[in-house]
Design a protein around this ligand. Structure first.
Ligand code: BTN
Length: 321
C-alpha cells in the first residue's frame, strides 16, 4: 500500500498541476480504480489537497509539509518544532532557549505567522504557503563574524533553487535572495546574544516565498515574488526544506571552519549587488556609489564613492542601475 501511495503522489506531481484520470493511474500501477480512489481518500486525510473532477480525474493542489521526513533526512537538525500558526518563530525560539538547556540546531517552523518580523522593525508578511523558520545555533565564532550567517543561508536558498527547479536566483546584500528582476524571494533576520568575545546563541530567522500567489504581493504593494510564480508550480515544501538543509549543512561547515574568504567569493559569484550602482541607507547616513566587493572578515559591503571607498556593515541597499 505504502509504495502505491508514493507512486500516486509521484504521478500527480509529475502532471504539474494538470488533471490525471483515475484510469491512467490505475493502469500505470496495475491496481483497480477503486484502489486509486482509496489512496486519494487517504492522501486527503493526510493533508494533501487534491481536486476531484468526475471526467478529468485528480489534480494535486497542495502537498502538506512533513517535519518527520525533514528530521529523518537531515543529519544537521537536532529537533523540529512544527507549528500550524504562531506570532513569530523568533519569539518561540527565545522561549525555547529560556526553558531548555540543549537548544543548538533546534528548528522552529510555522505554516503561518501573524506577527512575522523583518529587519529594521518591519513586518514580515507570512501567509500560508511560505516557509517561516527560526534555527537556533551556538557557533564557536566571534560576535562580529555572525554576519556571515546571512551568506550561509542566502547561498543555500540559491543552491536549492538551482538543484530543484533549475532556476537562477541571486543573493542581494545584506540578507536577501531575489529574482532576476530583483523581486524579493527570501529574507534573513539574525538575532544574537553575545559577550565581548563569545556568542551565547544566535537565532537565524528565514522567510521564503514558496507557494504564495502573486496577487498577495500586489494586494500588499510588496516588491516580491515567489518560487510558485517563477516555476508555475505548487512546490513540495518538505522537498524544499530537505534540499535547503543539505546546503545549509555544507555552508555552515565552511562558516564554522572560518572559511570566510571562500564563503564571500561564493556569495559574490551569485550576487546581484556587486558591480551595481547602489544607495545604502544606514542609521546615520546615505551612501551612494558602486558596490565593488565584500570584506571577507566582516561581510561589510565596499562601495566606491566620489569620496573614496566606504565600508558599510549594515543598512538598507537599493540597486540603482
Ligand atoms: C527581512 O528580510 O527583513 C528578514 C525577514 C525574516 C522573516 C523570518 S520568517 C521566520 C522568522 N520569524 C520571523 O518573525 N521573522 C523571521
Amino acid at each position: 500500500m505504502q509504495n502505491h501511495i508514493l507512486a500516486v503522489v509521484s504521478i500527480l506531481k509529475d502532471s504539474k498541476g494538470k488533471f490525471v484520470s483515475g484510469e491512467k493511474i490505475s493502469k500505470k500501477l496495475s491496481i483497480s480504480r477503486v484502489g486509486v480512489y482509496k489512496i486519494i481518500k487517504k492522501l486527503i486525510v493526510d493533508g494533501y489537497k487534491i481536486e476531484r473532477h468526475k471526467k478529468l480525474g485528480y489534480k494535486l493542489v497542495e502537498i502538506p509539509f512533513s517535519p518527520e521526513d525533514l528530521l529523518k533526512k537531515s543529519s544537521f537538525l537536532a529537533k523540529i518544532i512544527f507549528l500550524k500558526s504562531t506570532s513569530s518563530t523568533m519569539d518561540v525560539a527565545k522561549e525555547f532557549i529560556e526553558e531548555e538547556k540543549n537548544y543548538d540546531k533546534v528548528l522552529i517552523i510555522a505554516q503561518q505567522q501573524h506577527s512575522g518580523k523583518g529587519r529594521l522593525e518591519r513586518k514580515w508578511f507570512s501567509p500560508k504557503g511560505g516557509i517561516y523558520f527560526s534555527l537556533i545555533l551556538k557557533p564557536n565564532v566571534l560576535p562580529y563574524e555572525i554576519f556571515m550567517l546571512n551568506y550561509v543561508f542566502s547561498l543555500s536558498v540559491v543552491e536549492t533553487a538551482k538543484e530543484l527547479y533549475n532556476i537562477e536566483v541571486f543573493t542581494k546584500w545584506p540578507n536577501d535572495v531575489v529574482s532576476k528582476d530583483n523581486k524579493k524571494l527570501c529574507g534573513i533576520l539574525l538575532e544574537v546574544d553575545s559577550e565581548i568575545d563569545k556568542v551565547n546563541y544566535c537565532i537565524v530567522g528565514v522567510g521564503i516565498n514558496v507557494n504564495i500567489d502573486g496577487k498577495f504581493f500586489k494586494k500588499h504593494s510588496l516588491f516580491a515574488t515567489s518560487f510558485y510564480e517563477l516555476t508555475g508550480q505548487k512546490l513540495d515544501l518538505t522537498e524544499f526544506m530537505i534540499t535547503l538543509f543539505k546546503y545549509i549543512e555544507k555552508n555552515y561547515k565552511l562558516f564554522e571552519q572560518k572559511k570566510f574568504k571562500q564563503l564571500s567569493e561564493f556569495w559574490i559569484s551569485h550576487s546581484s549587488t556587486i558591480g551595481k550602482e547602489v544607495e545604502v541607507q544606514t542609521l546615520t547616513q546615505t551612501i551612494k556609489g558602486k558596490a565593488i566587493d565584500i570584506n571577507s572578515q566582516t561581510g561589510a559591503l565596499l562601495i566606491k564613492t566620489s569620496f573614496g571607498v566606504k565600508e558599510i556593515l549594515s543598512g538598507d541597499c537599493i540597486h540603482l542601475r
